[in-house]
Design a protein around this ligand. Structure first.
Ligand SMILES: [Fe+2]
Ligand SMILES: [Fe+2]
Length: 477
């Protein structure tokens, strides 16, 4: 890697990498370690496949989504920031009105590094969680989609490592290496956040993950896209373009499973979950239990309902609210309050707390609104087939380990229960070992013929990038 041309070719970028010697040296050291990680922890047995993938080679309309066959280890993981906005300011907190920072403000350095590392850690984690799923893909179309998600999570890691290398010197380089050392679910060196250490053992879990957990990513990235630290804001803004596809994969994936089940139920006039399973599709009750699990562990990712960290991130101008600049208020929140739920005398109640301390909860509520809209769309599919069952989001306090509800045993309806009472009903509400066994048994082996789909999932409405559904999205060689 010596000339400008090589850099643009190997590492597409709009950060002038070809002229930045310090960044080049850092990346020359890190890139081989990244490739080692990809070979070890990237999608299993996939290294020689030609996959019809999109690659971002620039930030303009034509360049951000170039489609072609690529062997994944040769994917061109690039570094992109959306173009700067002239005159951009810090838009909230005590520094509101200052010019946006182009360098790390010294007094916020460790806080900012922690934000970037926490975001960065989630990216390789999800690749690790999903690495075996290619072996049991329900179609070539779905296989291509999971690989697309995986290479883009890899690029998101690059995006955060760029910030660490470019703005944080030696400790940034050490953090970048540590991002490749932690492993999802590892007892000694796990990923930082809980949901990223949970297994993703089957495709229903994968689609739930991309619907619920990638959407947490969207909301975190959106609030970091408001940051007064301009390079972080611009990096996250570009990542959001890719995140949209991940959530599309999740929403349509669950939607297609729901559709296939509802179809079979209507056709055979069946409602009993056992009889539905016997026809080779996933009963809606099991789908509900997966939903309960993925929703609740993802709610925890937003952090404590009452959080002084969130207040500091906001006050300093490092992390804003969702769509901060579209909100009509003072962007300081000195006197504002916000309602959070808590448990008191065996009941869930609401209390008003200073809005600054409730920023995690506010972001969680923004998230829940969007999630509910997606669940409503799944229910429309069920309704269309004349099936009476409806999917619902459990109460916010259900199965929580972080925040005001942690330590309580709350039913999906929001009733505070005893531990024994809750445990007695656990398998009604959460996927049981038997559920996982059933779902995995259904997903043995992968469907490799173009245009064919496993029995438990409906085909998509259309293919990828104007290609037909029976396009050869993956060549196995
Ligand atoms: Fe990501
Ligand atoms: Fe994602």
């Amino acid at each position: 890697m010596t000339s400008n041309i090589d850099y643009i070719d190997k590492i597409p970028n709009n950060v002038d990498l070809g002229r930045d010697r310090v960044l080049q040296r850092a990346l020359e050291h890190w890139q081989p370690a990244y490739m080692g990680w990809w070979y070890d922890m990237g999608p299993n047995e996939s290294h020689n496949y030609d996959v019809y993938l999109r690659t971002a080679i620039s930030v303009d309309a034509e360049g951000w989504a170039q489609f072609d066959y690529v062997k994944m280890p040769q994917y061109r993981w690039g570094i992109f920031l959306v173009p700067p906005t002239a005159g951009r300011e810090v838009n909230f907190g005590v520094n509101k009105g200052q010019p946006a920072w182009q360098d790390v403000p010294g007094e916020y350095r460790s806080m900012l590094r922690r934000i970037i590392v926490t975001q960065g850690d989630t990216e390789p984690a999800s690749v690790e969680q999903q690495r075996m799923l290619g072996m049991c893909a329900p179609s070539m179309y779905d296989l291509r989609n999971i690989y697309q998600v995986n290479v883009e999570e890899g690029r998101h890691l690059w995006a955060m490592v760029y910030l660490l290398h470019r703005y944080f010197g030696r400790d940034g380089r050490e953090e970048a290496e540590a991002l490749l050392d932690r492993r999802s679910g590892d007892a000694d060196n796990p990923r930082i956040l809980g949901a990223f250490n949970e297994p993703t053992p089957d495709w229903l879990a994968f689609y739930m993950f991309t619907f619920f957990t990638d959407r947490d990513g969207k909301f975190q990235l959106s609030s970091l896209a408001e940051s007064g630290f301009d390079p972080l804001a611009r990096t996250c803004r570009f990542m959001l373009t890719e995140e949209a596809h991940h959530m599309f994969v999740g929403e349509t994936g669950v939607g297609r499973i729901v559709e296939r089940t509802a179809q079979v139920m209507a056709e055979h006039h069946l409602e009993d979950p056992g009889q539905v399973r016997a026809l080779g599709v996933i009963d809606l009750q099991t789908i509900q239990r997966y939903l309960n699990f993925h929703y609740s562990v993802t709610l925890d990712l937003f952090g404590g309902d009452v959080s002084s960290n969130a207040a500091s991130y906001y006050t300093t101008g490092l992390k804003g609210r969702y769509e901060e600049t579209k909100i009509a208020d003072d962007h300081q929140l000195t006197d504002a309050t916000y309602k959070v739920g808590t448990v008191s005398n065996g009941r869930v109640i609401e209390e008003e707390i200073p809005a600054l301390n409730a920023l995690n909860e506010r972001l969680r509520d923004d998230y829940i609104g969007e999630v509910q809209a997606g669940v409503d769309r799944w229910n429309k599919v069920i309704e269309k087939h004349g099936v009476a069952f409806r999917l619902t989001l459990p109460h916010k306090g259900f199965h929580r380990e972080i925040g005001n509800y942690a330590g309580y045993h709350i039913s999906p309806d929001g009733e505070v229960m005893t531990e024994a009472g809750w445990n007695a009903r656990r398998d009604e509400w959460m996927p049981s070992a038997a559920d996982y066994t059933f779902v995995q048994a259904m997903m043995q082996g992968r469907v490799v013929e173009p245009g064919k789909f496993a029995n438990w999932i409906a085909p998509p409405r259309r293919g990828i990038h104007t290609k037909p559904i029976d396009f050869e999205y993956v060549r196995f060689n």
